[in-house]
Write a protein that binds this ligand. Sequence first.
Ligand code: UDP
Ligand code: MN
Length: 303
Amino acid sequence: SSSSVSTPKEEVNIWCIFTKAAGNASMKYKLLTFTHSLVENANSVMISLHVIVDTSSQRIAQEILQSVKDTLKKDIKISFYDVNQIAKDLKSLVAAMQPHFSSQPGSYYSDSLFFLSLGLHRIAPVSMSRAAMFDIDTKVLTDVGKLFELFESFGNDTLFALAPELSPVYRHVLYLYRSKNPSSKIGDPIATGGFPGLNSGVILFALDRLRNSPMYPHLVHAFNVTSLTKKYSFKGHLGDQDFYTLLGFEHPELVSVIPCNWNRQLCTWWSDHGYRDVMPQYAQCEGKVHVWHGNCNTPIPVT
Ligand code: UDP
Ligand code: MN
């Protein structure tokens, strides 16, 4: 700035989950890549990072984050939250989701982490009104302040915003519903005017609205989750994003869709498993990549 008076930068709250990292070099490398790229490019905002951890992963994260601060000579705020405490606090929410959206519905605590985002407004300090959550298998190439500008385009009722799923996974999962309802758009690619579902690698939260919503507790109640999955003959395995996908289709006013560039998924698994012909329609995403998402352990391109 040419001005001698510097105004303090706006603080943005970024959440991520970092558990079971002990002895896992790949998890450590992912957290380093995510946090280094996030902090390096965040020029317009001050980052406050909120990391959900287990005890041994917290020590690992502390070391990685210290090295990021030292290397970039930038300060960030860091807070840690205990994954086991959060899993306890959100026990009934997880119990409502898990039977329908988990690959191993029996393994109760171990995969509750995949549903925690749905209760983030109950975990975050009440003074926090907006937040973003990132998977750690991501790399951020744009100032994250630009992502937070998308809050300004939220509708009056928007609670969450996510980017589209860029694979035909919901075409597959919704096979039965789609064959009985051939005119439905759910599971179709955006390229043909469809709704391919949502990917939870990057999520924006209107936390204050979630806390004040009279409707949301009912939407995540076991009774409603079960009836929603029955309506769509839906049995998923991708955790929170299965619920965001159904919610986004059933109640589009509650979930807005952000540009695919903010969550450019790289997984090509479905291309090799029966969907090679349609994969390009789903994966299509024009324009500058803001966030790479190396989902299903796909390496992120070196730039
Ligand atoms: N995660 C974690 N520990 C694990 C598995 C997952 O902390 O053992 C967190 C991590 O933030 C990760 C997110 O959960 O990015 C979602 O998992 P992943 O990215 O592996 O799923 P994918 O995007 O490949 O579906
Ligand atoms: Mn991921």
